[in-house]
Design a protein around this ligand. Structure first.
Ligand code: NDP
Ligand code: 2IT
Length: 448
């Protein structure tokens, strides 16, 4: 039995050696689940690892569109339908120039286990484009989204594959995508989540990833009698996830001292309060400007061009909410040296394997993305339920359900970590608990 995991990983590295992010995500999951799959021969007999590593379907397409000057532009479009063992494919769309198949395979792979952890019936998928929404007009974004959906529409549906937002895809893009889907299919259905509140969206979906990350971190802290109250928090990013993580930290009485974007970081030793957060939301979501402007508006804040938040200031809690591999070993060390006791990943795979190893070695609370940021997709699942029932739940009802789901995910990861001999290791726990349900469902459903 020994060696099944190494054999599969070795083969994967040879086959797709250029898909670095996918290999990174796969290695982490496979190393965690070794204790499970090498204990029971059924997984190897049915080649579950090889099957779980191969997307069920990958769709790649051309996205031609016209810019405001009448020039023709061409982008790549993707949808990776990874696994439908426990429900329709579900996961976001990312519009960013760095998007390629390897990145979307890593995201789709992570999504599969994350969705399993939510306890809701959702399979895993991810999609997107190398289109860069930065600097584009609303009309350009609309024409791009319409062209993107003109191909994607034939592959998705409320019971087949339900995309949502991710980096570069927010309320504006979901609106244009939904409009075009409805026009082409002549069906009004919950085919996308993160919809506007007037047309089938769920209250709290916008807030869910950021809130959920804080709920998860709070659960970890509570195991040692700690709370958010009065703690200093370093957050990266300043998009959807970061903004609502700040909102919940403020509510919990913590002091958020940093935010960032791909150009640099702001440090505000006074803390970002509700009024400053409202300014940031307007700056980022409406004016679509840079975080640098914050330091021009609030003179006591400092701006660090080209710098990440890690280690810039003392902080007991870190919430990386920007992108993959934004916390490396050096950053991890800087965080711990500055008093960090808790990291919860709002982004997907923001910590490099060396950073994760360091956090675990230092025995700080470390909540991996697939557990800590699962509140977003969980609330997408709640949006799907409301669409199916043609009902809309109140803000309080959705938030309570989200909170309960995050408490349950924390418990599932903690319990699995203990059951398999690494108490306190939420990486192992989340991977094992997420994988076990999918693998057993695949076994039940035969060789498909
Ligand atoms: P947004 O597009 O709203 O915001 C992204 C933020 O991250 C921006 O501040 C952006 O800066 C920054 N960023 C993006 N790429 C880079 C980069 N290469 N280097 C430095 N900073 C970067 O996206 P979200 O907030 O939705 O997503 C953030 C993370 O959370 C992603 O990892 C996403 O996969 C994950 N996530 C999102 C969920 C959701 O519901 N939206 C759910 C679960 C996870 P700039 O403006 O300069 O590009
Ligand atoms: O990474 C993620 O979980 C998301 N971008 C949200 C996916 C979703 O379907 O809500």
């Amino acid at each position: 039995m020994a060696g099944y995991v190494s054999e599969v990983l070795g083969n994967l590295e040879k086959k797709v050696y250029w898909e670095k992010e996918f290999l990174q995500a796969a290695a982490e999951v496979l190393n965690s689940i070794k204790v499970l799959v090498e204990k029971d021969s059924k997984y190897k007999e049915h080649r579950i690892l090889e099957r779980v590593l191969e997307p069920e379907r990958v769709i790649m397409f051309r996205v031609p569109w016209q810019d405001d000057n009448g020039n023709v532009q061409v982008n790549k479009g993707f949808r990776v339908e990874f696994n439908s063992a426990i429900g329709p494919y579900k996961g976001g769309l990312r519009f960013h120039p760095t998007v390629n198949l390897g990145v979307l395979k890593f995201l789709g792979f992570e999504q599969m286990f994350k969705n399993s952890l939510t306890g809701l019936p959702m399979g895993g998928g991810k999609g997107g484009s190398d289109f860069d929404p930065k600097g584009k007009t609303d009309n350009e974004v609309m024409r791009f989204c319409q062209s993107f959906m003109s191909e994607l529409f034939r592959h998705i549906g409320a019971n087949t594959d339900v995309p949502a937002g991710d980096i570069g895809v927010g309320g504006r893009e979901i609106g244009y995508l939904f409009g075009q889907y409805k026009r082409l299919k002549n069906i009004y259905e919950g085919v996308l989540t993160g919809k506007g509140l007037n047309w089938g969206g769920s209250l709290i979906r916008c807030e869910a990833t950021g809130y959920g990350t804080v709920y998860f971190a709070e659960e970890m802290l509570k195991t040692k009698g700690e709370l958010f109250k009065h703690k200093r928090v370093a957050i990266s990013g300043s998009g959807n996830v970061a903004q609502y993580a700040v909102e919940k930290c403020i509510e919990y009485g913590a002091k958020v001292v940093t935010l960032s974007d791909s150009n640099g970081t702001i440090l505000d030793e006074d803390g970002i309060d509700s009024e400053k957060l409202a300014y940031i939301m307007d700056l980022k979501n409406c004016k679509r400007c840079r975080i640098k402007d914050y330091a021009a508006k609030y003179k006591r804040a400092k701006y660090f061009e080209g710098k990440k938040p890690w280690g810039l200031a003392e902080a007991e809690i870190a919430l990386p909410c920007a992108t993959q591999n934004e916390v490396d070993h050096k950053d991890a060390k800087a965080l711990v040296d500055n008093g960090c006791i808790c990291v919860a990943e709002g982004a997907n795979m923001p910590s490099t394997p060396e950073a994760v190893e360091y956090f675990i070695k230092k025995k700080i609370f470390f909540g991996p993305g697939k557990a800590a940021n699962a509140g977003g997709v969980a609330t997408s699942g709640l949006e799907m339920s409301q669409n199916s029932m043609r009902l809309a739940w109140s803000r309080e009802e959705v938030d309570n359900k989200l909170h309960t789901i995050m408490i349950n995910i924390h418990k599932a990861a903690k319990d699995a970590a203990e059951e398999f001999g690494t108490p306190g290791n939420y990486v192992n726990g989340a991977n094992i608990a997420g994988f076990r349900k999918i693998a057993d469902s695949m076994l039940d459903q035969g060789l498909v």
